[in-house]
Design a protein around this ligand. Structure first.
Ligand code: AMP
Length: 402
């Protein structure tokens, strides 16, 4: 059983180290999408109201173990203070002089954010002792540890795993909520149950397909990985993304779906472009005729076509449970966002459980202007939710189990 914040006992006066996932997209020194910050608010407010001295840690981007101003959490501190309507003191390092000085001044109910964890080599080091040593430095700040960075619970990193072994540790409200939804998806999904997978890398999603295929009624394939499926069916895909070494495996999935009577939906039309660019010329073609388009062998598939979008929308709308991970096309370019929009639109109208599985799909629904309330849940963790659904054990959760 997961130990949760409710079992943490008296919080007043306690120094509580809270791991959040504030890995948000930045636009210069402004937070471009604050979804992950807002998702952390209930836990932060609970701790502050209970009189804890709240010390928040997070990573942002991949700064490679040393300070890099591009990845500073300062814009996050400002946004967090705005959202809370409360001062958030910011330390310009994680375990150095600035952190110590900031934390000395913390009073009951105060909140501090320390600088990016990944400015320190120990955080994401492959070396156990280096991670252990960094976790010891963090542990010295804390009476209690609350793990609420759901987006990183699949990582064995110092502030996620080793730290939780050094001080009394509990899951925060966000981790609890994410798990509750994912457990519902894996154990008792109402039917029809549809999963939509997209994004760029098929190899990342093979494990999920393998695990989910026998459990779902419909599996819809979009994004860059659809071309590996088309190739497995014997079609040519021009210069579209293709993972040749996965074709055999994918052929196995197509066979398995047929045997199990599961509807595995591979697009029947796609939008192809002359090159990978926002202003590239494009046209819609049947999926088996990509190289017959006017771009010939140079055609690059960048979105699912309108016929496929309509079919996907219909399958989604008539489902009782839907999980979606990965955009259907290169939605960052408006000409290739239609498929992703159509899926988001249909998902927003589902009357049962609709879950957007983190990362790019979560940013896509917000960027495309959908209201968050239109979905049952928008996960803050793409990788973590996929690994959970794959049935893998997640180190950051294991360590919070009694
Ligand atoms: P992932 O991180 O695996 O969810 O991939 C998300 C990325 O996949 C987005 O940035 C999309 O632009 C990209 N993507 C979706 N469809 C395609 C495609 N057909 N070709 C190349 N990239 C794609």
């Amino acid at each position: 059983m997961l130990r949760t914040i409710k079992e943490a006992g008296e919080l007043r006066g306690k120094r509580v180290l809270l791991r959040c996932d504030f890995n948000v997209p930045l636009d210069g020194d402004r937070v471009a999408d604050d979804g992950r910050i807002r998702a952390a608010i209930p836990t932060i407010e609970h701790l502050a109201k209970a009189g804890a001295r709240v010390i928040i840690v997070s990573h942002l981007g991949r700064p490679d173990g040393k300070p890099d101003p591009k990845f500073s959490l300062l814009p996050v501190a400002k946004r967090l203070a705005d959202l809370l309507g409360q001062r958030v003191s910011f330390a310009s390092d994680t375990v150095g002089a600035s952190a110590h000085q900031n934390l000395q001044q913390l009073k009951d109910g105060d909140i501090a954010l320390l600088e990016n964890l990944r400015f320190n080599e120990g955080e994401a080091s492959k070396d156990d002792s280096s991670r252990g040593a960094f976790a010891e430095q963090l542990a010295a700040f804390a009476d209690l540890f609350i793990s609420d960075g759901f987006g990183v619970v699949h990582r064995k990193q110092a502030s996620v795993y080793e730290l939780a072994k050094l001080v009394p540790s509990y899951a925060g409200f966000l981790v609890e909520k994410e798990l509750e939804i994912l457990q519902r998806l894996s154990a008792s999904a109402d039917r029809p149950y549809t999963v939509i997978l997209g994004g760029s890398k098929v190899s990342d999603k093979l494990g999920v397909i393998e695990h989910l295929l026998p459990k779902v009624d419909r599996l819809l394939i979009g994004g860059g990985m659809l071309f590996t499926f088309l190739s497995a069916k014997g079609f040519k895909v021009g210069k579209s993304l293709l993972e040749t070494e996965q074709v055999e495996k994918v052929r196995g999935f197509i066979e398995q779906a047929k045997n199990l009577g599961i509807s595995l939906e591979i697009p029947s039309d796609v939008v192809v472009a002359s090159r990978f660019a926002a202003d590239a010329e494009f046209e819609v073609v049947d999926a088996e005729r990509i190289e017959d388009s006017r771009f010939g062998v140079d055609a690059i598939g960048l979105d699912i076509g309108p016929r496929t979008s309509a079919k996907f929308a219909e399958l989604i709308s008539s489902s009782k449970t839907v999980f979606w991970n990965g955009p259907m096309g290169v939605f960052e370019f408006p000409n290739f966002a239609s498929g992703t929009k159509a899926v988001a639109q249909a998902l927003s109208g589902v009357s049962g459980t609709s879950v957007v599985g983190g990362g790019d799909s979560a940013s896509a629904v917000r960027e495309l202007g959908f209201s968050e309330n239109a979905f049952t849940h928008i996960s803050t963790g793409g990788g973590a939710s996929l690994e959970f659904l794959e049935g893998k054990s997640l180190p950051g959760l294991e360590v919070l189990n009694d």
